[in-house]
Design a protein around this ligand. Sequence first.
Ligand SMILES: [Zn+2]
Length: 70
Amino acid sequence: MKKRILVLVGAMLIGTGALTLVSCGGGEEHHEEGAHEHVMYQCPMKCEGDKTYDKAGSCPVCGMDLKEVD
Ligand SMILES: [Zn+2]
């Protein structure tokens, strides 16, 4: 039983590592049309005024999570 858990944890770690690699190194994202039309992200503190980003993430100025705007 313990072995099984170890295998599971190992698989999870490998999966997480792969995901991290993909999200960090990828850069190329294919947006499917229709699902999220024209979704923009903006810093809730408006550090950069009305500047919007086309990807979710964190504000480069204050580090807060960007908020979805439309
Ligand atoms: Zn900010």
